[in-house]
Write a protein that binds this ligand. Sequence first.
Ligand SMILES: NC(=O)c1ccc[n+]([C@@H]2O[C@H](COP(=O)([O-])OP(=O)(O)OC[C@H]3O[C@@H](n4cnc5c(N)ncnc54)[C@H](OP(=O)(O)O)[C@@H]3O)[C@@H](O)[C@H]2O)c1
Length: 229
Amino acid sequence: MKIGILGSGNVAQTIGEKLLSLGHEVMVSSRDMRKEKTMWGDKKLPSAADWVRMMRDNGFKASGGSFSEAARFGETILNCTSGLATLEVIDGAGRDNFKGKVLVDIANPLDFSKGSPPSVAFCGEESLGERVQKALPDAKVVKTLNTVNAMVMVDPSLVKGDHDMFVAGNDAGSREWVSETLLKKWFGWKSVVDLGDLTAARATESYLPLWLKVMNATGTPHFNLKIVR
Ligand SMILES: NC(=O)c1ccc[n+]([C@@H]2O[C@H](COP(=O)([O-])OP(=O)(O)OC[C@H]3O[C@@H](n4cnc5c(N)ncnc54)[C@H](OP(=O)(O)O)[C@@H]3O)[C@@H](O)[C@H]2O)c1
């Protein structure tokens, strides 16, 4: 499948490599393909252009472009942009490029303006996922993967034992495709909890402060939630 990724940072590169290794065609996107990236914690990441070159050298079908090129390219699109920039990115990417497509929204609306730890910029009565769906009424937005670290997204076995991933979205068929194909078949998730429509994104996007506290307490980003019934 052709997959367009909005963004080319830590999440985009991690998920992109996994999808490429499964034989998919992936286009990442950036404001500046040549700029070296810095992850949270000052770790360096390759520029989008260098990452594409490394993936192609491995024999993978990787490419890079603008946000609108990636949206046009993708039969499915993944939003891996900074949450506070997402609406601007989508606006610039061209609404028609999302028409009828599943848009997997992984972003969290985090505000780093006061340094670290970030705060959740808005929550409660509206989520980023809902704002994205409102901006793109012809796309099928599914919120998922935003509650775990990037490496756990594509390798849930990094967390020992049973644990759960959430999906939320207004279109039941798209939630099912994301659950059964993207999450279970491609990424190896064993348990997916379907939270229903996109109002659930208000809850999953608000989880970050607790995620940070747990990471500090346990000393690892490789953990997750298990819903015990
Ligand atoms: N990292 C994780 O483990 C993790 C886990 C769960 C959820 N998330 C969420 O996933 C998203 C991506 O995270 P990440 O760690 O990959 O972030 P990142 O490395 O900082 O990458 C952010 C991406 O957003 C793009 N972007 C576009 N416009 C921007 C603007 N005005 N300001 C800043 N960035 C802009 C950047 O594009 P350029 O290439 O042009 O810089 C970059 O590709 C975020 O919403 C984050 O909250 C991350």
